[in-house]
Design a protein around this ligand. Sequence first.
Ligand SMILES: C[S@@+](CC[C@H](N)C(=O)[O-])C[C@H]1O[C@@H](n2cnc3c(N)ncnc32)[C@H](O)[C@@H]1O
Length: 219
Amino acid sequence: MKASGYDRLARCYRMLELLAFGRALERARFRYFDHLRDRKRILLLGDGDGRALALVCKLAPTARIESLDISAGMIARAARRLSEADHPRVTWRHEDALAAEYPENTYDAVVTLFFFDCFSTNRVKILIDRLRPALAAGAVWLEADFALPPRGWMRLRARLWLAVMYAFFRWQTGLAVRELPPVNALLEASGLRRLAAAEWQGGFIRSAVFAQPGLSLNK
Ligand SMILES: C[S@@+](CC[C@H](N)C(=O)[O-])C[C@H]1O[C@@H](n2cnc3c(N)ncnc32)[C@H](O)[C@@H]1O
């Protein structure tokens, strides 16, 4: 995988997304962001160009936030989007999420948006297993991504889109992955409970919020 590919994409990533999907990915990204309100320690993995980060800063004005991404170009873009006042509480982590350290019992929110689709099922499982002990009591995990609808025309359409997108990312970034990992099932298998979920375009785009058992949905 070439991080430089993501560096190059950083400039046009938002525009490409809008051309392909309109506002659908934005809706999925932010569907459960209310759960981040007033959180104290937030980890954004594969944070990208900073659109999510900017909103997180507004919703959690006292949180310490870690924005982790393998692409320096994405990080630079995210940093430019941030207000001067918010810079001191954001830690930029220019790292490979698979190799990064996650201190135990630390984060009360983890955010993964259109990120796990960059990994094989096995690697997503490894990542989740490494991140699980880093969740503090009462933590939530916000996740949004593409998914394969169960049947019909929407499934066929999704397959076509995924083939195009994976070919594009393979060309641009060297991404070796060719199919979506079953992220929701892996998060649940790790012991997290899905509190709520929403889907768009017949299930092609999904968003969900997870938490440790015992936490109820109050937002
Ligand atoms: C498809 S983009 C999604 C970005 C953002 N989360 C969003 O919703 O727009 C995937 C992001 O994950 C980052 N990424 C890919 N592989 C990574 C890795 N192994 N470690 C950390 N970041 C990675 C890329 O640089 C890119 O910013």
